[in-house]
Write a protein that binds this ligand. Sequence first.
Ligand code: SAH
Length: 340
Amino acid sequence: MELNSLYIDELKEIVKKYGEKEFRAKQLFNFFHAQKRLDIKNSNLPKKLIDNLLENEEIRKLSILKDYSSKIDETKKLLYQLDDGNIIEGSLIKYKFGYSLCISTQVGCRMSCVFCASTKEGRVRNLTASEMLSQIYSVENEYGINLSNVVLMGSGEPLDNYENLIRFLDLIHDENGRNFSYRNLTISTCGIVENIYKLADKKYPVTLALSLHASNNEDRKAIMPITNKYSIEEALKACKYYCDQTNTRLTIEYTLINCENDKDQNVKELKNLLNNLKVHINLIPLNNIKEYSGKRPDKRSVYAFKKKLESKGLNVTIRRELGADINASCGQLRRDYKGG
Ligand code: SAH
């Protein structure tokens, strides 16, 4: 079993199997998730138990392979290496209020959004709960910081890895472990409707961000194939249910693509779609990637689009461009590193 992805109750079964008392499970959990360590050899668990665990069970590791620091701001882009040799990407961003980390949930992705670099080779595999947690713990350990926010906006579709996502959410929040507040977590999704409903019923007050990127189904189908399965209206209905259940406010992510989705018609359609929802729109100027011909609009048209939305009474921010001197958009770093 992968020990650092287990709940305390599951660890209890494991330690009992090796003839140890139940309290050892809590000790082990504390070691992984409060002390954020994996080297159980150096823990004060009984030697016999350590030997048994090391011989028969798995502890999954993850290491920071490379970090690229921006000279303009304090953003770092990170590459992590997994135990099986796979590489995933993340970014650490410093805001006035503290540090925010963007983590990945899968190696690759199978959602096939046309503008996204992370999906170009499909989904390689899901990340386990410990691999999501270790991105957080390794950054906190390496840079001696405590993160204020974590966003699940790296590679992968979190709601396409539902079971591991729930385990991650339970473990990161556990009071015997990292005890991280749900309110400081954001899950970004292309809108896998059935799992939005499932997650809503858990009532975790985690912020949900819907990647909308288009203002009608026809346009969205052309850039986000998930729209063939769930319409925009179905996705928004699920998001409304989610926000009602969790008492949170929805974020709408809207990647601006020059002369594609930044027209007056789009403003009108967005207004109609979002009229009755309490939402916050985050505009993301497209990061150009070589596999997609769409282009990032210039600053002026981004601001103009924002103004038009605001004039309709919508709440809008523009995602700050961070680490602009690190020559990589989301997902591109890993591919460049691999020579992809
Ligand atoms: N699967 C999740 C997380 C994806 S990454 C989702 O779909 O939301 C987080 C955000 O970055 C998403 O809104 C995604 O659509 C957007 N994104 C991906 N590639 C991008 C690019 N090249 N430029 C701008 N935004 C991009």
